[in-house]
Write a protein that binds this ligand. Structure first.
Ligand code: ADP
Length: 238
């Protein structure tokens, strides 16, 4: 699912040739729509914490985890923080299936067309969720996306938020061809830790794991940490 260069495990894959994800969501208000930018989005809409939901239903909605024999892990973060690189290495290490949502949307046309103004695809979140539902129920999936609030909460056992120093991220995005508002928006997204906030609003805080991703050593350490976590994971008995 990931691009060629990021499939390598050794040595360090080097600069990525992949293109920007170029997706935004129809559920976000016009002021919030950004290309490759996870903005200050509204609280989630599907399967998320719902204060009006009776406790017993909330427990049942987490029951999907009990059916899984392998965990599902979401790796999120601002574009350029290293999600695809980390997921590619991790998927090889632990034999999870890596799903890059940007690639999936383009391959299966899970979008509502092209936004001329923002120069990006308009992701159809419902189509994405429908496409993934069955495989998420089976477990063993590593999801890679620069947003996290539209997935059902019950899907994930761990939500990793990669974070990168602003100046390092600036260089990575510039070398990817980002400029102008697209560059600024993504850097601001990182400065204000929007993905971490979105993750904490959308999932139980104890399953949200922020990890630094500034350099090669960070990637190696993160892959090691996540490999250990995944290998030690056991299905819930509840
Ligand atoms: N921790 C890191 N250290 C050094 N380079 C990195 C790191 N993480 C990512 N990169 C590089 O930054 C670029 C973007 O990485 P990528 O994995 O595509 O990010 P994302 O999937 O979050 O958009 C790639 O050229 C990759 O090699």
């Amino acid at each position: 699912m990931a691009d060629g260069p990021n499939h390598q495990t050794q040595p360090w894959p080097g600069p990525s040739s992949r293109q920007p994800l170029d997706l935004h969501s129809t559920t976000r208000s016009p002021g919030e729509q950004q290309c490759d930018f996870a903005g200050p989005f509204s609280p989630g809409k599907r399967g998320r914490k719902n204060p009006n939901q009776p406790p017993i239903l909330a427990m049942a909605s987490r029951g999907g985890g009990a059916r899984r024999t392998r965990p599902n892990v979401l790796v999120t973060g601002t574009p350029g923080t290293g999600k695809t690189t980390t997921c590619s290495l991790l998927a090889d290490a632990v034999d999870l299936r890596h799903i890059n949502i940007g690639d999936l949307v383009r391959e299966k046309s899970l979008h509502d067309g092209w936004d001329e103004e923002l120069e990006c695809h308009i992701i159809n979140e419902d189509l994405v969720c429908d496409e993934l539902e069955d495989m998420m129920g089976e477990g063993g999936i590593l999801v890679d996306y620069h947003g996290c609030d539209f997935f059902p909460e019950r899907w994930f056992d761990l939500v990793v938020v990669l974070q990168t120093d602003n100046s390092i991220l600036h260089d990575r995005l510039t070398s990817r061809g980002y400029m102008g508002a697209k560059l600024t928006n993504n850097i601001e997204c990182e400065i204000f830790q929007m993905l971490l906030e979105e993750a904490r609003e959308s999932y139980k805080e104890e399953i949200v794991m922020p990890l630094r991703s500034d350099n090669v050593e960070d990637i190696s350490r993160n892959v090691g940490t996540l490999t250990e976590w995944i290998n030690n994971w056991r299905p819930s008995r509840s």
